[in-house]
Write a protein that binds this ligand. Structure first.
Ligand code: DHK
Length: 149
């Protein structure tokens, strides 16, 4: 399978730096749900469409990149909240094109209503869709969109 990609298969839900702190981190911005709540919501949503989710979170850019490399041929789509790496990481963006699957970028907060440095994303140009400001429901919207695509 080294040279092919998987058309069907689980949806990979990736979360970047600091998203392990959901629930306690700035709840006025990110809400009171935890990352476990997010993953459970993704699993429930995927199951409604007969799909499965695999989830991974890391505070380390290289660990996220390694997980994305391993996803080639394994997953059918990627939902990613890159956290702060959204605004800084060319390397993460370069990795995301490697699996050759559709990518949906999710932000819990409305990044465009926040500081200017959050307005630019290195990921958006290679994403099929971008969700921001819907709270954790944005992850469910992303899964539903990908499952219906
Ligand atoms: C999460 C982060 O950690 C921030 O660095 C982004 C994003 C916004 C979110 O809204 O989920 O700027």
């Amino acid at each position: 399978m080294a040279d092919t990609v998987q058309a069907t298969g689980p949806i990979l839900v990736l979360n970047g730096p600091n998203l392990n702190m959901l629930g306690t981190r700035q709840p006025q911005v990110y809400g009171s749900d935890t990352l476990d709540d997010v993953i459970a919501l993704c699993e429930r949503t995927a199951a409604r469409f007969g799909r499965e989710v695999v989830a991974f979170q890391s505070n380390h850019e290289g660990a996220l990149i390694d997980r994305i490399h391993a996803a080639r041929g394994e997953v059918s789509a990627i939902v990613i909240n890159p956290g702060g790496l959204t605004h800084t990481s060319v390397a993460l963006r370069d990795a995301l094109v490697i699996p050759e699957v559709p990518i949906v970028e999710v932000h819990i907060s409305n990044v465009h209503a926040r500081e200017e440095f959050r307005h630019h994303s290195f990921v958006s140009p290679i994403a099929v869709a971008v969700v921001a400001g819907m709270g954790i429901q944005g992850y469910a919207a992303a899964i539903e969109f990908l499952a219906l695509a």
